[in-house]
Design a protein around this ligand. Structure first.
Ligand code: NAD
Length: 251
């Protein structure tokens, strides 16, 4: 098993990409802290993997990733339950947006920056400190987006936050290399999760046509890549962006 004995924290683990990654990691032998603002759904995901009888283990914790004290408590909880932190997947995020000139900064800028940008920074900082203290290396994987590398409709704030995730990843890899800690960002394109499912069928069809297989990516397909990135098999991948976008950028 690829992640046997590893302890991982997955934020946004109650839904979509995070939930699929919890399943994959526990199947691969990891002990996973399912961290989400929605504790009831995080507990449901823990029950799912327990029912499936996978090799690893899981526990749930409530966290608001936009609050540093919460993120520190999340890391402490992982250590308390599982004894260490080897991997963090900074994946919790919110999407949406209005045309720039219609922005109310309190609605269209600040909340998203707090969750999608500050949340990733806090995860890198709190888990990075714990990994450095343990002295045995670690892996920090963070979810950016194809929008982190391009402008897109109704995406002014989201793109800025997702670009910051890429920048944080490069700088974290640089600063934490001396501790044997790697940092990698992933850029999904269009993934069939509640974030996308809120849109009309027509728009979802357009999204599907923007990828080379002509369909939305399944969250499990992203989880497969994240498991590889969390494993030692990807040890030469560091400080970079791994595209998981099914050719979205070739158009
Ligand atoms: P999702 O809505 O299914 O999952 C997001 C999870 O994050 C939810 O469980 C939610 O409760 C949690 N969350 C939201 N705010 C939080 C907070 N403040 N603290 C803790 N948890 C919080 O969506 P998803 O599509 O699985 O998104 C996961 C990540 O992937 C996000 O960062 C998103 O921006 C990114 N992404 C998604 C797509 C896509 O097409 N679905 C594309 C590119 C990037």
């Amino acid at each position: 098993m690829r992640l046997d004995g590893k302890v991982a924290i997955i934020t946004g683990g109650a839904s979509g990409i995070g939930r699929a990654t919890v399943h994959k990691f526990v199947r691969e032998g990891a002990k996973v802290l399912v961290a989400d603002i929605d504790l009831a759904r995080a507990e449901q995901v823990v029950a799912e993997v327990e029912d499936a009888g996978f090799a690893g283990a899981a526990a749930a914790v409530a966290v608001d990733v936009s609050v540093f004290a919460d993120v520190e408590a999340m890391v402490a909880r992982a250590v308390e339950i599982f004894g260490a932190v080897h991997v963090i997947f900074n994946n919790a995020g919110i999407a949406g947006g209005a045309p720039l000139l219609e922005h109310d900064p309190a609605v269209d800028y600040e909340p998203m920056i707090r969750v999608d940008q500050h949340g990733v920074y806090y995860g890198i900082l709190a888990a990075g400190r714990q990994m450095a203290k343990q002295g045995a290396g670690g892996v920090i994987i963070s979810t950016s987006s194809v929008y982190g590398e391009q402008a897109a409709e109704l995406s002014f704030t989201y793109s800025a936050a997702k670009a910051a995730v890429i920048s944080f990843t490069r700088s974290a890899a640089y600063e934490l290399a001396e501790h044997g800690i790697r940092a990698v960002a992933i850029t999904p394109g269009r993934v069939a999760t509640p974030i996308i499912n809120q849109f009309s069928q027509e728009l979802r069809d357009t999204f599907a046509s923007e990828q080379l297989r002509g369909r939305l990516t399944e969250p499990e397909e992203i989880a497969d890549v994240v498991a590889f990135l969390a494993s030692d098999e990807s040890r030469v991948i560091n400080g970079t962006v791994v595209s998981v976008e099914d050719g979205y950028s070739v158009f």
